[in-house]
Design a protein around this ligand. Sequence first.
Ligand code: ATP
Ligand code: ATP
Ligand code: MG
Ligand code: MG
Lengths: 257, 257
Amino acid sequence: MSRVIAIANQKGGVGKTTTAINLGAGLAVAEQRTLIVDMDPQGNATSGLGFDKTTVPSSVYDVLIDGTPLQDSILTRVHFPFLDLLPSSQDLVGAEVELVDRPHRELGLRDALGPVRDQYRYVLVDCPPSLGLLTLNTLAAADTVLIPIQCEFYALEGLSQLLNTIRLVQHSLNPRLQVEGVLRTMFDSRLNLSRQVAEEAKEYFGSRVFRSVIPRNVRLAEAPSFGKPIVLYDILSSGAQSYLALAQEIIGQVAAG
Amino acid sequence: MSRVIAIANQKGGVGKTTTAINLGAGLAVAEQRTLIVDMDPQGNATSGLGFDKTTVPSSVYDVLIDGTPLQDSILTRVHFPFLDLLPSSQDLVGAEVELVDRPHRELGLRDALGPVRDQYRYVLVDCPPSLGLLTLNTLAAADTVLIPIQCEFYALEGLSQLLNTIRLVQHSLNPRLQVEGVLRTMFDSRLNLSRQVAEEAKEYFGSRVFRSVIPRNVRLAEAPSFGKPIVLYDILSSGAQSYLALAQEIIGQVAAG
Ligand SMILES: Nc1ncnc2c1ncn2[C@@H]1O[C@H](COP(=O)(O)OP(=O)(O)OP(=O)(O)O)[C@@H](O)[C@H]1O
Ligand SMILES: Nc1ncnc2c1ncn2[C@@H]1O[C@H](COP(=O)(O)OP(=O)(O)OP(=O)(O)O)[C@@H](O)[C@H]1O
Ligand SMILES: [Mg+2]
Ligand SMILES: [Mg+2]
């Protein structure tokens, strides 16, 4: 049984990549076979894990555009035996235009993941900050969507567009798509604004809000400059502890069905 | 003489909207007739200035897709006599797909701005976090690009793609396009990471880096929840002072030619 989780929010800078890397590492540490897919042309998940997207032999671009088998493009045992990565590349910036005129343009990732899904317990897909074809491909391929929201004013504004897009995908491309949950990130308990938005998110989403909250913690912003997930950079940090707790919460949810 | 400035960076959450609103207000306070254009489907510049993008009578969508004259869609005297806004709307999320098959799909904004340019000293265009058709429209219409970069690890990574896109636009759509400057945002002098990235940006861009640096200041994140630019919300804050300094720097540059 494997679960494909899209990490999506078109609002920029809310912690999508940081969540993909560190939830991925948290699941791998708990010995859950995990694949991270970097669907963002910026390639931050690829570089944040220590790889150079300009020199990777093969990437998600080759899989989507040339039909290279996903199996042949994966980097295996990334920092942990149970963590693999399908990297991004420079070319991905052109992928949305190249996909526009193709038949089934939204289904490339779903079809590519088919043959490998059962090798992984979790597949986490890091999305770019937009609702274009790369994000649509991801939503079409996913079982659930994890929505990081920053505890700041603009956080709740774009959510109705995102939920709308999810509904459209459920009606057409992927009827089984569910919302995994809303993850509050960069929470700073000293700030009124932060506490206020965190509270509003809870009112708005109720039980679909993760109990785990990711605090603002500079160690999370430092770790990618060393190419490491937070658990390898500073396991004692509040950032590391919160992502380990999130991993446990997700593993527990799946067990509970 | 008017100057159209694109505020662009496909990296999300780097302070594009915060810069559009507060540089716009800073220029208006200095009695420079200024127009802010909200080209982001999220509509954060529209709501950050106190408007509801679901109820605006007309928006940049109508201008781009239906050819409504820009003059008829502008909200005038927004907080200041010298500040106008061309708002975003919910529909804008579909604009990129709707523009794809149109002739001159990248030139809608340039053509729409033509008749009104000379009424403004500055036109600031807030871009979404992507290099799609809305950003291309903006680069085709702009005289210069102002690039906000967050003083964090991922900041420098996407810049080569952005500079590449600017070069492509210079060769095809807009030969006179220049880089106005790189603006360092969310700078926190207490953090090594912040000082390091700010330093690297200076080495990378040299004289094209603004002297003004925007500090991380929670008042900047609070102001939009009151629908106000920082100079009206908290003029004494470091955030307000830094954006006023930036406005002066830009006015001074133009004067110096
Ligand atoms: N909890 C946190 N505390 C402190 N800094 C954080 C935290 N989470 C993320 N960051 C930093 O904030 C910035 C934005 O985070 P990140 O790049 O993960 O967001 P994103 O949603 O993936 O952005 P984009 O929309 O560009 O893809 C990065 O510099 C990251 O290191
Ligand atoms: N200097 C600053 N200090 C503190 N908070 C800031 C600062 N500048 C921006 N912010 C906050 O950081 C978040 C991201 O800023 P903003 O929305 O302006 O970025 P953006 O580049 O426009 O994002 P997007 O890529 O989604 O369009 C917002 O919540 C904003 O209020
Ligand atoms: Mg990201
Ligand atoms: Mg913005």
